[in-house]
Design a protein around this ligand. Structure first.
Ligand code: AMP
Length: 300
């Protein structure tokens, strides 16, 4: 039993709905922070932003099989529920929703299998590029779990990190297309002192790889400088950035792309706002990062 005003650990969708309905009937504003757990300062920044804007904050912790492909790290993804709950208790959140896979997907599926249940299929123009190109089915898994969480938690607000930029674009489109009464809030990427974006996957890095990893952000910053200084040779900048990552010790580069910040389409000559996104592999770890850039409007 949870004493009043303490953090509640909610295990089933039915229990989550009851709790949310109670808050809603009292006129309280609910915020959801969806996570896969193994929480770090990046997640906590989302939680703090949510607490500043809502009466009730629910953090979901669910390693979602539907967004992992075969051969990806679903089985090994770090699961640290006890430590996560402790940290969230200290922060003062209202509930942790940590359902079982069998409650969410009675017939479990992975991203690259044909789904055995109903899924949310985001549009191809947002998913057949960047991370979606190297992770088939990933964004269907993301949209489906977030949609299901929206139904179970019924939040007015939901908080996401800019670190997963394409994810935010896909979810924003989903909310608009499916008329979800939820406002998405996007929080800046939290970084280690050397610039590496915080991620649960950073702990897969060995010492040598951890020393190389900040080059990803440094490379994005260099591309950003070139754009601000007026370069519009997008192809050349991308090739140079990719070569530089490989020369720094990255084993492969899935992409480093300069894109339009709203629709993720390739940048055009007249653009003055961009998002530069990258995914690169160091050993068995796949790191992603991105940076938003504003430049001078093109002279006409
Ligand atoms: P995850 O647990 O990795 O699925 O992430 C849950 C949420 O935290 C997502 O909205 C992520 O974008 C966000 N997040 C993860 N890492 C960071 C970070 N370094 N800074 C800000 N938000 C983050």
């Amino acid at each position: 039993m949870n004493p009043p005003n303490s953090l509640r650990i909610v295990r089933t969708p039915a229990e989550m709905r009851t709790l949310s309905h109670g808050w809603q009937s009292a006129g309280e504003r609910i915020a959801l922070v969806p996570t896969m757990g193994n929480l770090h300062e990046g997640h906590f920044s989302l939680v703090k932003a949510a607490m500043a804007q809502a009466d009730r904050v629910v953090v979901s912790i669910f390693v979602n099989p539907l967004q992992f492909g075969r051969g990806e790290d679903f089985d090994h993804y770090p699961r640290t529920l006890e430590a996560d709950v402790l940290a969230l208790t200290l922060l003062g959140v209202d509930a942790v929703f940590a359902p079982q896979v069998s409650d969410i997907y009675p017939q479990q599926t992975m991203a690259d299998e044909s789904a055995s249940g109903t899924v949310i299929l985001p549009p191809a123009h947002l998913t057949n590029l960047l991370c979606g190109a190297s992770r088939p089915g990933h964004f269907t898994g993301v949209a489906t779990i977030v949609g299901k969480l929206f139904h179970m938690v019924a939040p007015q607000l939901a908080f996401f990190g800019q670190k997963d930029y394409q994810q935010v674009c896909v979810l924003q489109q989903m909310v608009e297309d499916l008329n979800w009464p939820v406002r998405l809030e996007v929080c800046p990427t939290s970084r280690a002192e050397d610039g590496l974006a915080l991620s649960s996957r950073n702990q897969y890095l060995n010492e040598r790889e951890r020393a190389i990893a900040p080059r990803l952000y440094q490379t994005l910053l260099r591309v950003a400088d070139e754009l601000r200084e007026g370069s519009r040779q997008y192809g050349l900048l991308q090739r140079q950035a990719s070569d530089s990552l490989l020369a720094s010790g990255f084993d492969s580069v899935d992409y480093i792309d300069i894109r339009h910040p709203h629709n993720l389409q390739p940048a055009e000559q007249g653009d003055s706002q961009w998002v530069v996104l990258a995914a690169a592999r160091l050993g068995k770890t796949r790191l992603i990062d991105n940076i938003l850039v504003e430049g001078q409007p093109a002279l006409t």
